[in-house]
Design a protein around this ligand. Structure first.
Ligand SMILES: *Cc1c(COP(=O)(O)O)cnc(C)c1O
Length: 494
């Protein structure tokens, strides 16, 4: 006889008969989190890589603690005590937002029910909720009833999928040419300010190493549509095949918005796919004061939106939305065990690069149903206002410089007291930034523009005040002076 597991019920698996253990574990986790967060006063502990490496390495994964409470305490020590806290007002480094509480309540449901929005029979209403949100987003973009899309893990995947659809559409339009012969000739047009996932995608899509053609910018970092038209002509003349133009609505560094309407006109006249990467700028879709900045986005073929950036959603929450839903059919692959061609139910896997996929859509749903989209738009407008205020403040400080007026919520600046050359400043900024990070009191980003190093505020926290930003600038000034002092001493000693 076969051995039987009858009567065996693991106390660790979520079910109707383990709810006491479940509610206690979740309650403990949230209580522990609240307890830790209450004590947080700065975005980082300042722990070094070596410190944390030693602590993580010291755990013997083959000796379980046997008890969720004990494991939670260990995780709190290893993880929470040294987490980077995006809700802290002096965390102003990357495109990370403080998260909406309604979305966190959704996380509780999503993770326990563990729906997978790949097929109808693994998600049911989850599929319909996701579809409503895609339709809602498409409506905000200004797409018509033919629009479609799918949630993804992030802007990187959304951009990859947008470009995959562009590739398939382009190849389908080439008569009498073999795919293998055409793919190396395909070209994508984007500026150097576009996200690095564009060139990564080109590689994944089997395109040539020089497939991404850099289009000149207008001096403020926005794509020049006249230069775009010329670049397309050049490519055609050289035997290349234009596949897509990527316009960025909110570049990662400068927050610039490429002139989408002008670019759309070029794409329409040339019959080229327009992908708008609004991973960062999608918050404008719900802004009451700045929606016009992305006018023309409704003429795109595909749009990337990252709800986990400017919609205050927990990671992951992103989507690819397309104007003509039928373009997604080209990438549908069917399997008898999952989504047979004959299926009569909605199977989201037909449209996704992923198979098993989280029901992230519920987080946005809960947020919209609790707060409404205007509140999200207001929060995004607030951080954009704050960036402009911070820029003006920095301009007035004699020992700071700023790059240019912000479009969205990033401000590029550096500490450069009188007498410090540009080269010295370029060398000082990365050291200053590192010292700031390990001090733990504030975190800023760093980048290079035109070969020069700049510090960057990325504001996504509406609770960050000008007072907080002035404190960060004071800290930067203090560290900068200190490092310059050290520098003089070493120079004398050498
Ligand atoms: C952040 C970002 C991406 C990548 O999104 P992820 O969610 O990090 O994968 C793509 N494009 C732009 C403009 C971005 O700012």
């Amino acid at each position: 006889m076969e051995a039987t597991l009858e009567g065996f019920a693991s106390p660790h698996l979520f079910s109707g008969s383990t709810l006491d253990g479940y509610t206690s574990a979740v309650w403990h986790a949230s209580a522990l989190l609240a307890d830790r967060v209450k004590a947080v006063r700065q975005p980082y502990s300042g722990a070094s890589v070596a410190d944390l490496q030693a602590q993580v390495d010291a755990v013997d994964l083959d000796r379980p603690l046997g008890d969720t409470g004990a494991a939670l305490h260990e995780a709190a020590r290893l993880y929470l005590d040294n987490a980077v806290w995006f809700h802290e007002p002096t965390y102003v480094a990357h495109l990370n937002c403080p998260v909406a509480i309604p979305a966190l309540s959704a996380e509780v449901l999503i993770s326990a029910v563990n729906s997978s929005v790949d097929t109808w029979d693994q998600s049911a209403a989850g599929t319909l909720i996701e579809r409503r949100l895609i339709d809602w987003t498409a409506g905000r973009i200004g797409f018509g009833p033919d629009a479609d899309g799918v949630f993804t893990s992030g802007g990187t995947q959304s951009n990859l999928q947008g470009l995959l659809l562009a590739r398939e559409e382009t190849l389908a339009g080439l008569e009498g040419r073999e795919r293998e012969e055409a793919i190396p000739l395909l070209r994508i047009f984007a500026t150097t300010e576009s996200h690095f996932s564009v060139s990564k995608s080109a590689g994944i899509l089997g395109m040539a190493a020089d497939a991404v053609v850099g289009v000149a910018t207008d001096g403020t970092g926005r794509m020049d549509s006249t230069a775009l038209a010329a670049a397309i002509d050049d490519v055609r003349r050289d035997g290349g095949i234009p596949m897509a133009v990527v316009a960025t609505a909110g570049t990662t560094d400068l927050g610039r918005i490429d002139p989408v309407a002008g670019i759309a006109t070029v794409c329409e006249s040339q019959g080229i796919w327009l992908h708008v990467d609004a991973a960062y700028g999608c918050g404008l879709l719900v802004s009451q004061r700045r929606r016009h900045l992305i006018d023309g986005i409704e003429r795109a073929d595909s749009v990337t939106v990252d709800f986990h950036k400017s919609f205050f959603q927990p990671v992951s929450s992103s989507a690819i939305v397309v104007r003509r839903g039928e373009t997604m059919r080209r990438i549908a692959v069917h399997a008898d065990y999952l989504n047979p061609r004959t299926a009569t139910v909605p199977n989201q896997v037909d449209k996704s690069l992923q198979t098993t996929r989280r029901f992230d859509a519920l987080k946005l749903w809960m947020t919209l149903r609790t707060m409404g989209s205007e509140r999200i738009g207001d929060m995004f407008d607030t951080v954009v206002d704050r960036a402009q205020e911070a820029y003006r403040f920095i301009l007035d400080e004699a020992d700071f410089e700023a790059v240019a007026p912000p479009t969205l919520s990033t401000v590029l600046f550096r500490f450069r007291p009188e007498g410090l050359s540009v080269a010295e400043c370029d060398a000082l900024m990365p050291r200053l930034r590192q010292r700031l990070f390990y001090g733990g009191q504030a975190i800023v980003a760093g980048t290079t523009i035109g070969g020069h190093y700049w510090l960057k505020f990325t504001l996504l926290n509406p609770n960050t005040t000008m007072g907080n930003l002035k404190d960060v600038l004071d800290l930067i000034r203090e560290i900068g002076r200190d490092l310059l002092g050290e520098h003089e001493v070493t120079a004398v000693m050498a």
